[in-house]
Design a protein around this ligand. Structure first.
Ligand code: FNR
Length: 188
C-alpha cells in the first residue's frame, strides 16, 4: 500500500503557486505515495468557543483529512515575512484538542515557494516553529524552499529536473520518517 500524504495549500487563490507545486508533486511522485491536495477555502476561522465535540464542518473535514493521512506536506506562501493566515489557522485547528490534535506525532514536511528570490524562507521558519508546538514530527532536512516559482511549475508539472529532484528528495525524507514510525508502532 502506498503511504497516504495530505498536501495542504496555504493559499486560497485559484492560480496559487503553492497549490500548483503540490499538483506538480502529485504526478512527480507517481507510484511512491498517494498525495491528496487539500485547499483551505472552506475552513472556518479558529474560534475556541466553536471547538467543541462538533466543530464547524470545514474544520472537521480538515482534521479528518489530517488524521487519515500517514504524513502531511504544508505548502505555504510567504505573506509579509510570515506564513498566510489560512495556513496558521489550519495548524491551529490541527493542534487541538490540546494533546490530542490531528497533527500530534504526524510526520510533516514544510514546503514554501515564492515568485521572489527568497523562496519564502521566513514563512518556512515560522511554519516549522508553529508545527513543533503542535507536536508534529517535522522533517529537519531538507527545508524545501522554491524561489522564482513562477518559472518552476507549468501545466501541472515541474519545468526543470533540478527543482523536481529537490522537492521529491524532501518527500523521500518524509516517506522514510513514515516508514520508521510504522516500524516503531509495529514493535511497540
Ligand atoms: C506577498 N508576497 C510576498 N512574497 C515574498 O516572497 N515575501 C513576502 O513577504 C511577501 N508578502 C506578501 C504579502 C501579501 C499580502 C501578498 C498577497 C503577497 C508575494 C507572494 O509570494 C505571491 O503573491 C505568491 O504568488 C503567493 O502565493 P500563491 O498564492 O501563489 O500560492
Amino acid at each position: 500500500d502506498r503511504p497516504k500524504i495530505l498536501g495542504i495549500s496555504g493559499s486560497l487563490r485559484a492560480g496559487s503557486f503553492s497549490t500548483a507545486v503540490l499538483e506538480a508533486l502529485q504526478s512527480a511522485l507517481a507510484d511512491k505515495a498517494e498525495l491528496t491536495v487539500f485547499r483551505l477555502n472552506d475552513v472556518e476561522m479558529y474560534n475556541q468557543d466553536e471547538d467543541t465535540q462538533t466543530p464547524p464542518a470545514g474544520a472537521a473535514a480538515l482534521r479528518a483529512a489530517i488524521a487519515a493521512a500517514d504524513g502531511v506536506i504544508l505548502a505555504s506562501p510567504e505573506y509579509n515575512y510570515g506564513t498566510s493566515g489560512a495556513m496558521k489557522n489550519a495548524i491551529d485547528w490541527g493542534s487541538r484538542p490540546y494533546g490530542k490534535g490531528a497533527l500530534r506525532g504526524k510526520p510533516a514536511l514544510v514546503l514554501t515557494s515564492s515568485p521572489g528570490s527568497t523562496g519564502g524562507i521566513r514563512a518556512q521558519a515560522q511554519v516549522r516553529e508553529t508545527l513543533s508546538a503542535a507536536g508534529c514530527r517535522v522533517i529537519d532536512y531538507p527545508h524545501l524552499a522554491i524561489p522564482n516559482v513562477a518559472d518552476k511549475v507549468k501545466d501541472g508539472a515541474f519545468t526543470d529536473e533540478k527543482t523536481q529532484g529537490f522537492v521529491v528528495g524532501g518527500v523521500d525524507a518524509l516517506l522514510k520518517e513514515i516508514h520508521l514510525l510504522a516500524h516503531a508502532k509495529a514493535h511497540a
